[in-house]
Design a protein around this ligand. Structure first.
Ligand code: SF4
Length: 102
């Protein structure tokens, strides 16, 4: 076996593994309040901290865990939010894109 072929046999799986790990890490990125889109939507990790003067239409009792974009069980502490790039939103969080889970 020549050296190039041997190198390819060892490097290719490592690159594939690295890409898979990187993709998983991106999918599990935490949604932060400073994320530009989240900030524009008034996202807070704790719905009780939402600026209700600015977001007057907040539905009482609404939070990420009962939002249609929340991709986890209602009891999950955090789960991907499909409205915000699949980043992990806190179950107790809230943003102005909230839509009642159906
Ligand atoms: S869209 Fe829903 S799940 Fe996503 S951050 Fe806003 S309230 Fe939370």
């Amino acid at each position: 076996m020549d050296n190039r072929r041997r190198t390819l046999l060892f490097v290719a799986p490592a690159v594939a593994l690295g890409l898979a790990v990187g993709r998983d890490a991106m999918a599990q990125a935490k949604l932060t309040e400073s994320d530009p889109t989240a900030a524009a939507l008034g996202y807070k990790e704790d719905a009780s901290k939402v600026d209700t003067n600015k977001f007057k239409n907040i539905v009482k009792g609404s939070n990420c865990s009962n939002c249609n974009f929340y991709q986890g069980a209602a009891t999950a502490p955090s789960a991907p939010c499909t409205a915000l790039g699949g980043k992990l939103a806190m179950g107790k969080g809230w943003c102005a894109a909230w839509v009642k889970k159906v």
